[in-house]
Design a protein around this ligand. Sequence first.
Ligand code: FES
Ligand code: FES
Length: 186
Amino acid sequence: MNSSNNVERHPKTVNSNSSTFSLTVNGEHHPLTLDNRTTLLDALREHLQLTGSKKGCDHGQCGACTVLVNGERINACLSLAVMHEGDDIATIEGVGEVDHLDPMQQAFVAHDAFQCGYCTPGQICSAKAVLDEIQAGLPSHVTNDLNAPIEISDAEIRERMSGNLCRCGAYANILKAINQVAEGRS
Ligand code: FES
Ligand code: FES
């Protein structure tokens, strides 16, 4: 990255507490002036009205707030919005449309992989990233052979999805849904 890009990406300090910057969410550019302490989750939900990402714990413990930043999943409650100037952020609102669901969304519906649905946006964002991580060869704690292509197994999926809690206990069907998408990809 050259220095001019760095300058463009640098948020402008409005006062000691606030900055002006922009977020690109689901392909749309959003200029914002926010308190520097605003989390990405609060920026999405409270300032951009993208309420698909949920606030479960606000402490990085439940995964309900999972979004994709430059294709990688993060807990939006643990990240400051001002850090994401220039990043490509995808929320559940950008994953599919009502008339054109993403395969992961279709699989969740087909397998009844939710009850109240509160955790579902985070589960789906996380699940999509999990399959991308496996495809990219990123090992997890339960990967046996670090020198071979990673096999998609229930253990791999369970381990990688362990940061996404479901109070309704829909785990069995979530696992089936992710396996279905994994099979469709292979
Ligand atoms: S709300 Fe972010 S991990 Fe729970
Ligand atoms: S479906 Fe209710 S919390 Fe997961």
